[in-house]
Design a protein around this ligand. Structure first.
Ligand SMILES: [Zn+2]
Length: 169
């Protein structure tokens, strides 16, 4: 504290110290998820459980909605570009898609008349649409997709027939 970068008129004062690793990392997965903080801790724990340690988070309202049913086409392009950058910079080969219950971007659970089952069904279809859109834009990318609600995480089957065959073999 107290140190400042010397300069002629504008200065920056150091307000915190830490040591960040300087080495570039290999990214285990780019995560397209909603910034809703209620699901942050649970989903992060899950990512750790499935071995995702170094991730490139792409946190946008609605998460995978930006690929499945974007409000503007530019939203989809923005997200795809972020994924491509993650691949280029950090060798990412896997993308994890996330949507969740009571998401404001979908009008909340109220948008489904409070029907959690209808919401889950809708979001499963959204995850499939998002995966298809992603594969079309970036062929060969590995995709996993999850719906998160207030008591857990649900995996949507978004594997292509080819991938399913490979994982059985
Ligand atoms: Zn949300």
């Amino acid at each position: 504290m107290g140190k400042s970068v010397s300069c002629d008129d504008k200065c920056m004062n150091k307000v915190f110290h830490f040591d960040a690793p300087r080495e570039k990392y290999h990214c285990d997965a780019a995560i397209l998820w909603c910034f809703d903080n209620r699901f942050e801790l649970g989903f992060r724990k899950f990512l750790k459980r499935i071995g995702v340690v170094n991730s490139d988070p792409i946190k946008v309202a609605g998460g995978a909605k930006c690929l499945a049913s974007p409000e503007r086409e530019a939203d989809r392009e923005f997200v795809l570009d972020q994924i491509r950058k993650s691949m280029r910079l950090h060798g990412t080969t896997r993308v994890i898609l996330m949507v969740h219950s009571d998401c404001g971007a979908y009008g909340g659970l109220a948008g489904f008349g409070g029907d959690a089952e209808a919401e889950a069904k809708h979001h499963e279809a959204e995850l499939r649409r998002a995966a298809a859109s992603l594969r079309k834009a970036i062929p060969g990318v590995e995709v996993k997709a999850y719906f998160v609600d207030f008591d857990g995480i649900w995996e949507a089957e978004v594997e292509t027939a080819e991938e399913a065959k490979r994982s059985v073999a």
